[in-house]
Ligand binder design. Structure first.
Ligand code: PMP
Length: 574
């Protein structure tokens, strides 16, 4: 034997040595050498820069159940550093969790990172930056879950809210701005009538009620992978046989029974619309924020034609796409007119709001439609119930008005995306360029990661994995390197992000990944090839299920280098 143990381990991991030769070799090794070799392989203490044939490597990610002593030490040191850095934020949540309730706190929790698993407490936000209680400043790509498209403290919005505040907050009557805001909304989106709600969830919930009132039917059709808020009327998951089930305690199966979840983008699935005569509505998130790479435009067009033919109201949930991908949202971008659409986020300028917009055929079911004050005309008698104390709160309407004025002022043509000059186009290109630069870097460096984007929304997708320790560490390191994201995964650029900010984001992403690679959290997967990138999306099913941590769902792992070889090696461990 001429090679060192280290060299043999390297060859085994890189699969440049025959398995039979390995087995022979193991027989002649001393017990201590054999143990050392196995430990080396298991702990992935190998750094690879190129594969045998000189192509860029394609890395696999370490599983949290396979962490080596060195990796655990790295985590411990990192956690200690982060604990110091976010001292005040950490103390605040540790102290106040007794009273303060927030569902996100337990989301994506991984035991080894528990000490660091909390939201940062912000102190202030300005432009593209947020600052925390400990005085750390970050470039914010969390985009406030898709809200502040002009960045933080955008002056026209701040001014509008301050001005409104100075006039008091009367809630019962209307404000002049609500009329002006409705007009702007209608002009920009092309929808004739507009209703303000208190949140996006509420907008979707009420839109479903309007659809049921209009059709007299019960069932809501929606699509796998979409998110429409957490109201009982649209919150269900799909079991392996395609049945809708109540996904969490407190949700009733009776509600889930009224929801039909179809495969998104699958034309065959639409046969259900013909077969079931109790469908009140089809609700669609045109490009799902969790899967922005799915952009099934032809499917959406087919859906529009079919729902028109069957006279089923089609509702676009434009909560994230609305005013983002084009002034008229996904409907404008794809040139598809929905019967109703739901909005929120951007249009509220940071204030809580939702909006339902649509044709009089549906919206009149809320207020009886248009009638004259001076003749015998009366509101339509068929009306459904819908109200909210803060639906028309003047502070938020002032913000809505400011945002809509800005959007209209910054675009040359309104409703259609073709030949329109709007700031969104520029922002979308800025985001596409960022995604493209980083995707090239990932591909060249072998990181099994892909950024998907739609408009100014983008997401890091760890290929073939759904939320493991490597992804969690990556986001911690990003924060340490000065970039703030959101644990839920959606990232956004805003008009406030300068080219300099974007350079910083690129730098932080690269530094964070290279740290993880150097600490062997990525290891060379010699079975993988360029196809890894072509098969992006293989884990969609897992990605849909974000209620459990990876370790709770998957069986114990074996070495990922080569399962068979690993089993054979195991024989020698006894
Ligand atoms: N629909 C979609 C597509 C959303 O993304 C969201 C929020 N992320 C909602 C509905 C619910 O909106 P809100 O959180 O304002 O209630």
């Amino acid at each position: 034997m001429t090679d060192s143990i280290d060299e043999i381990a390297r060859k085994i991991v890189a699969r440049t040595i025959e398995k039979s030769a390995v087995l022979e070799l193991l027989k002649v090794l001393s017990d201590s050498d054999r143990a050392a070799l196995l430990a080396l392989i298991k702990s992935r203490q190998l750094t690879h820069t190129t594969t045998q044939d000189g192509k860029p490597p394609v890395y696999e990610m370490v599983d949290q159940r396979d962490l080596s002593a060195d990796q655990l030490r790295f985590i411990e040191t990192l956690v200690a550093k982060l604990v110091q850095r976010y001292k005040k934020s950490r103390t605040a949540i540790a102290e106040h969790q007794v009273r303060f309730v927030d569902q996100r706190r337990a989301f994506h929790l991984i035991r080894d990172l528990k000490k660091m698993h909390f939201q940062i407490t912000y102190e202030s936000a300005d432009g593209a930056y947020v600052q925390d209680l400990d005085g750390n400043r970050y470039i914010d790509i969390s985009g406030d879950m898709g809200v502040n498209i002009f960045g933080h403290r955008y002056q026209p919005v701040v001014d509008a809210i301050k001005k409104s505040l100075d006039r008091g907050i009367p809630l019962a009557g209307y404000s002049e701005q609500i009329f002006e805001a409705s007009k702007l909304f209608s002009e920009i989106t092309g929808h004739e009538r507009v209703l303000f709600t208190q949140s996006g969830t509420e907008a979707v919930m009420f839109a479903m009620r309007i659809a049921r009132a209009a059709t007299g039917k019960q069932k809501i059709v929606l699509f796998d992978g979409s998110y429409h808020g957490l109201s009982d009327v649209v919150f269900a998951s799909r079991d392996l046989e395609g049945h809708s089930v109540a996904p969490a305690p407190g949700l009733l199966q009776e509600f889930a029974d009224q929801i039909i979840i179809l495969e998104y983008g699958d034309s065959d699935a639409l046969q259900t619309l013909r077969d079931d005569d109790d469908i009140a509505c089809v609700l669609v998130e045109p490009v799902q924020s969790r899967f922005p790479f799915r952009q099934p435009v032809d499917f959406l067009r087919e859906l529009r034609v079919l729902t028109s033919e069957l006279d089923i109201p089609l509702v676009f949930d434009e909560m994230i796409t609305g005013f983002r991908v084009c002034p008229a949202g996904a409907q404008g971008r794809f040139d598809i007119a929905a019967d109703m659409a739901t909005y929120g986020k951007i249009v509220g300028g940071g204030m809580p709001t939702g909006v339902i917009a649509g044709s009089p055929r549906y919206m009149d079911l809320v207020d009886g439609g248009v009638w004259n004050l001076d003749d015998d005309s009366m509101p339509k008698s068929r009306r459904t119930g819908m109200a909210g104390t803060h639906s028309q709160n003047p502070l938020k309407i002032a913000a809505v008005h400011a945002v809509l004025s800005e959007i209209q002022g910054r675009s040359e043509s309104g409703v259609s995306c073709e030949n329109c000059h709007c700031f969104q186009k520029e922002l979308n290109v800025k985001t596409e360029n960022l995604a493209s630069e980083l995707n090239t870097y990932f591909r060249f460096s072998g990181f099994p990661i892909q950024i998907d984007c739609f408009g100014s929304l983008f997401r890091f997708r760890f290929v073939g994995r759904f939320w493991g320790i490597v992804e969690a560490l990556f986001f911690h390191l990003l924060r340490l390197n000065g970039v703030e994201t959101n644990i839920q995964g959606n990232c956004f650029l805003t008009t406030a992000h300068t080219e300099g900010d974007i350079r910083e984001v690129v730098r932080a992403v690269k530094t964070s990944l290279e740290t993880l690679r150097d600490e062997n959290f990525f290891f060379l997967d010699t079975l993988a090839s360029e196809e890894t990138f072509a098969t992006i999306g293989v884990d969609d099913e897992m990605a849909n299920d974000d209620t459990n941590s990876v370790s709770e769902r998957r069986p114990p792992n074996v070495l990922q280098i080569d399962h068979q070889l690993d089993m054979d090696l195991a024989e020698f461990q006894a």
